[in-house]
Design a protein around this ligand. Sequence first.
Ligand code: NDP
Length: 313
Amino acid sequence: MGSTDIYKCIIIGSGPAGYTAAIYAARAALQPLLFQGVEPGGQLMTTTDVENYPGYPNGVKGPAMMDDFRKQAERMGTEMRLQHISRSDFGSHPLRVWTMEGEEFRAHSIIIATGASAKWLGLESEKRLHGSGVSACAVCDGYFFRGQEVAVVGGGDTACEEALYLSKLCPQVHMLIRSDRMRASQIMQQRVRNAPNIRIYWNTETVEVLGAQQVEGVRVRDKQNGRVYDIPVKGFFVAIGHTPNSEPFRPWVETDEQGYIKTQPGSTRTNIAGVFAAGDVQDKVYRQAVTAAASGCMAALDAERYLSAAGLH
Ligand code: NDP
């Protein structure tokens, strides 16, 4: 098939949600077309070891796991394209999307599984040591730092969750807040304050992540008195928010104020008939590979039911 045909199901995104949706859609004979984007594999391509995905008793490297997902989706008959979708028109049926190069594709159903991107501080040292002690996911990588001191940057609910998770594994968690207040909910702030091994640094800015091959510490600046000093840590967790990759669909699909696509409770349905959302683009709470995969499965089942009910499958 190609750009002149109407697909039964187009899947956008190639993380666990997209590939799982493809496996289910292909096995339901929806002959899905999956757009992998220009950097296929999603956030797992930047992780090292994944030890919390069931079925891999010895753990697996993130990129190797995504390669397995891709192969399985391909073997079931998914058509894949290494192209990025940058625009959509869900104002009428068939639904339409465009690649960055301007090629148009049409479908009766669309599954958006474009994920979310972690925000970073933008320091050169943070980039260089990413995967060598710098992480944006405590649940993914915290285990590798058990028994060692770590730092968490950020003062939102995510940062609090990360700090609390790490406080169970690490003797000391240093929480770096750039202002004199946290944005997190009161209950999360209270939990952080009650944790005996979380030390909060107010008005503290990260200047540099220290270390040649691995993180050895973090250099910070006290914004009130200008003092610059180092905190020795082995892990540096950035938890300053995520950006859901929903821009190409925002004119049509309802999102919350941060851009996460709204789905109807208990389903992957969006406000547009035939458009479904799965994975981190609609989930700011769990954000795990296994929960993304599960919602990809749900989206394919929802799409199949929608197409059957509409007499399109
Ligand atoms: P938020 O946007 O809520 O918080 C981001 C935090 O990072 C703020 O403290 C912000 O500081 C800080 N920050 C931003 N940029 C920088 C920077 N360059 N340097 C240092 N600090 C920085 O993001 P979250 O990911 O925490 O949460 C997103 C949404 O998801 C929220 O609505 C949250 O409630 C929700 N959520 C819910 C959970 C749950 O229900 N279990 C779990 C996790 C998140 P400042 O305040 O100064 O801007």
